[in-house]
Design a protein around this ligand. Sequence first.
Ligand code: NDP
Ligand code: 8X3
Length: 250
Amino acid sequence: MSKIILVTGASSGFGKAIATKFAAGGWNVILTARRKEKLDELAKALETTYGIKTLSLTFDVQDKKAVFDHLQNLPTEWQAINILVNNAGLALGRDSFENANLEDWETMIDTNVKGLLYASKAVLPMLIKEKGHIINIGSTAGKEVYKDGNVYCASKHAVDAISKAQRIDLLQYQIKVTAIHPGAADTAFSVVRFKGDAEKAKAVYNGYTPLMAEDIADTVWYVANTPAHVCINDLVITCTAQANSMYLQK
Ligand code: NDP
Ligand code: 8X3
């Protein structure tokens, strides 16, 4: 029987690439995000191209009730989840602490931290049964704080800490926990961060070759396919032009 992976934030960027990589490898995929039409389009393409099964669930990871309602009431044939990829997330704004918008801060914390906790908690009983794998998408922003990154960096530091905590507390269930921390990658991330300002977003990737979503999908595939006795705990990945959050050679 095919294995099952659940990817949050599957409508775009890393999540879409991860879902595609695993579908190509014969996995059945649970796709979640807020934009139903994007999920439906992807689901159809994956089923047609790779002959696998998909289940699309439309909800906001900030909405605790919606997360639990969807993930605790999966059809029986979708309950044997082997991998949860906590990928849904965003940055909003890049502003100095005194100028930053409180609502942006709340959205980042509610999505990147609380959303990840809700999804993990809702899926955990199924992962325990399957001796599964949690893969959390952090960031280089979760390793070093950079200027005007304040709460985005804090939210990704929280992902780093939660991943360590999950690894310790879930050891008793033989659940693998991997945190992947990418540097700059060319997805819709910057358009979202700069609230639709395409010029500002494009400038983030000018003058060097950034990571692509497929690089992260390849990395997730790698960490998911190590032998049963091997767990990649923590993996930082940047493009060759980037050393860490602060050093980028343009
Ligand atoms: P994208 O904007 O391309 O994708 C973000 C995904 O998250 C979308 O599918 C979006 O779906 C989903 N999402 C956002 N908010 C919510 C929400 N409240 N509820 C449900 N789903 C949500 O960006 P990336 O693919 O680049 O980002 C994916 C992850 O990678 C994020 O956690 C980001 O912080 C992290 N990251 C990105 C880097 C980069 O440079 N691109 C580098 C390091 C980490 P929808 O809008 O349909 O809900
Ligand atoms: C996204 C990468 O450098 O914008 O997490 O923080 S960065």
